[in-house]
Design a protein. Structure first.
Length: 284
């Protein structure tokens, strides 16, 4: 049976597959569109299996918040060309929507199937790297931010005893700017109160070695040397802990000071209870 260009284009419009693959499928199916779609799917699944070993070092990240839930997601691919592809961007957005709608908390067959469907069309390996889901309570507000073309995705979860203040202009500005702040400074911890003990012990050991190796400090009393070590740790926390970092818009104040000032201006308590920063190409 002769396959004309119009039929090939029609099948391409339906499936998104390449013109040559559409022609091959229609020829094999003797012009039966339903059978041709099935053949294309089988071809696509075979292609997916062949591509799964290819490195996926590019990609983009996504964030979405709606109906009391929020998700931050990382999707990887082989090339930056595909990372900037509209279909790839739509896949990430669709994955976020499905995760929020169905309450998923981990990668599953449905989500992987959505990724595989696009691999079959684009013919480049890609995979869902990870995602994090957050509950947003009635007294909380999720500020979200995407930097660049999906290079960094941020979610900062705020809480207030007067949640109506989240509609105030200065509060909206602060929550947005603190999402920008997180994208720029990528804090490792929310505060020094939640730092892993193992991490703290490791840093103290490093600082102790530094003090021990400094001839000027060798003769200092033990309590003085311990004070110096603790001082180094305190300085580190101001660099890596979100609440202790200098505010991106005013480095004379810490993030916690800004939260306190803006909250007091409205007779309310304003705090950050959680945050998440995903960077494209980073797996953890």
């Amino acid at each position: 049976m002769a396959i004309n260009a119009a039929d090939v284009k029609k099948l391409r419009d339906i499936t998104g597959a390449g013109m040559m693959d559409c022609k091959k499928a229609l020829t094999e199916a003797n012009g039966d569109f339903a059978q041709a779609e099935k053949i294309l799917k089988e071809m696509g699944l075979a292609a997916v299996a062949k591509r799964q070993d290819r490195a996926t070092e590019n990609g983009r990240v996504f964030v979405k918040s709606e109906n009391g839930k929020a998700v931050v997601l990382s999707l990887a691919c082989e090339t930056d060309f595909v990372a900037n592809n509209a279909d790839f961007a739509k896949l990430g957005e669709d994955l976020c929507s499905v995760i929020l709608a169905k309450g998923y908390t981990e990668i599953n067959a449905e989500l992987e199937g959505m990724v595989n469907d696009l691999i079959a069309i684009i013919k480049e390996n890609m995979h869902l790297v990870r995602f994090s889901v957050f509950d947003v309570a009635s007294d909380e507000y999720a500020a979200t931010y995407i930097h660049g073309n999906g290079a960094v995705a941020v979610l900062v979860l705020f809480k207030s005893d007067k949640p109506e203040i989240f509609k105030e202009g200065d509060v909206e500005d602060l929550t947005h700017n603190l999402a920008l702040h997180a994208a720029a400074y990528k804090p490792q911890f929310l505060s020094d109160k939640v730092v892993d003990k193992a991490y703290e012990d490791e840093q103290l050991a490093i600082f102790a070695k530094q003090v021990e190796g400094d001839e000027k400090l060798a003769s200092k009393p033990e309590n003085v040397r311990q004070g110096i070590i603790r001082g180094k740790l305190s300085k580190l926390y101001k660099e890596i802990c979100f609440l202790d970092q200098a505010y991106v818009k005013d480095d004379t104040k810490s993030v916690s000071q800004m939260l306190s000032e803006v909250g007091k201006a409205h007779g309310a308590k304003l705090e950050i209870v959680n945050y998440c920063v995903y960077q494209a190409g980073v797996t953890a």
